[in-house]
Design a protein around this ligand. Sequence first.
Ligand code: AMP
Ligand code: ZN
Length: 143
Amino acid sequence: MSLQDPDCIFCKIIAGEIPCHKLYEDDHTFAFLDIGPLAKGHCLVIPKDHHATLATMPPELAGKCMETVTRLANAVMASLPGVDAYNVLQNNGEVAGQVVPHVHFHIIPRTEADGLGYRWNAGQLDADDAESLKSAIVDQLTG
Ligand code: AMP
Ligand code: ZN
């Protein structure tokens, strides 16, 4: 049985209650053009089940989403002459820039001239921090 949130805009899109430019649909995933594109061809892949973030999503469903992302990204690239670069972006939580609380993967075509840029202020991994962090994460994974 599929999970749905009656107040969720993306659940409403899946249900056909809100229009969209649908690109793809299978048993578990759905894809459509982003209404506020950062670049031509910007589209979204979503699971049909409602999960606000990846935190509650079964890894198998995340895998199905990535299958769709891979196939759709190839189709988008093939549809945009001269474009062969793209970002896959997936925001979890407001602080991370998530606005719509239904898991979605952005496919954002990139060109030299798009002006989107990056704002990665890379730090330097501290060796002691890395060891304690590694232990904590591995404990969570294996505990
Ligand atoms: P995020 O900031 O990661 O939550 O991104 C949400 C994305 O959903 C934005 O890029 C919006 O432009 C897009 N979006 C919101 N409402 C719609 C809609 N009705 N149809 C298509 N895309 C939408
Ligand atoms: Zn939803």
